[in-house]
Design a protein around this ligand. Structure first.
Ligand code: HEM
Length: 206
């Protein structure tokens, strides 16, 4: 690996945690406000909309679009190069590695669909107003609901397992004991966030 490859890889790793991972956490929190009632979710949307448009757009481009495009495109390049060795060794870690790749691909397609429809087509091109009513109608389609549920869990798994590999990449967890503890914590976070996200998703169609 050349020096440039090394630094690009490190940048790819950092981007996955911040800003993208941080945004994912904020996004799960925002959508979960529906659990306090449809009007609370609508207030969250209104609150975001109260940020002056040029400021919001600049933040979206700088802190979400550019890092996500970089992480997604370079990630696709890494995933195409990587060898999946699940068939060779059936160890848990290898399965996690395989799932990390699979969840990356699903998340890749899901984000294009999700952002393309809601952020670009509906909000950007003015084909509707984002809010509880729209999400209720949209998610009432069982196919959309299931694809969204898979997208949510895939993104969460990719992120939480990514936190575990991030700690190895950056030398934060060196020994097997430390890695095992962080791995368990990452699984715990994955389950917690998935449950919150799925319960919130169900609340849109309740
Ligand atoms: C919700 C969006 C995403 C988040 C929060 C996210 C987060 C992360 C994190 C935290 C890591 C761990 C970095 C490390 O091991 O040092 C990672 C790794 C990775 N991500 Fe993502 N990611 C997202 C979307 C994507 C997409 C769309 C792709 C492309 C298909 C992708 C491909 C990868 C790959 C291949 C790795 C492993 C890199 C390696 O082995 O060094 N990610 N991601």
């Amino acid at each position: 690996m050349s020096n440039t490859d090394f630094y690009i890889r490190r940048l790819h790793s950092i981007c996955g945690v911040a800003p993208i991972g941080v945004f994912l956490l904020e996004h799960i929190f925002s959508i979960s406000t529906v659990l306090a009632g449809p009007h609370v979710f609508d207030e969250t949307v209104a609150h975001l909309a109260s940020i002056p448009h040029p400021v919001l757009l600049t933040m979206e481009i700088l802190f979400i679009a550019i890092p996500l495009l970089f992480h997604g495109i370079y990630g696709a390049y890494i995933a195409l190069q990587a060898q999946n060795n699940v068939a060779k060794y059936g160890y848990g870690r290898n399965w996690q590695f395989y799932l990390q790749r699979m969840s990356a691909w699903y998340t890749f397609a899901f984000i294009i669909w999700h952002v393309g429809y809601l952020r670009v087509y509906i909000k950007g091109m003015g084909h509707g107003e984002i809010g509880y009513a729209l999400m209720h109608n949209y998610l009432s389609n069982p196919v959309v609901f299931v694809l969204y549920a898979i997208g949510l869990v895939a993104a969460i798994y990719h992120f939480t397992n990514g936190l575990f590999t991030f700690c190895i990449t950056w030398g934060i967890t060196v020994g097997p004991r430390a890695q095992s503890i962080v791995n368990k914590a990452a699984w715990g976070l994955c389950i917690l966030l998935s449950v919150i996200g799925l319960v919130a998703l169900a609340a849109y169609v309740a």
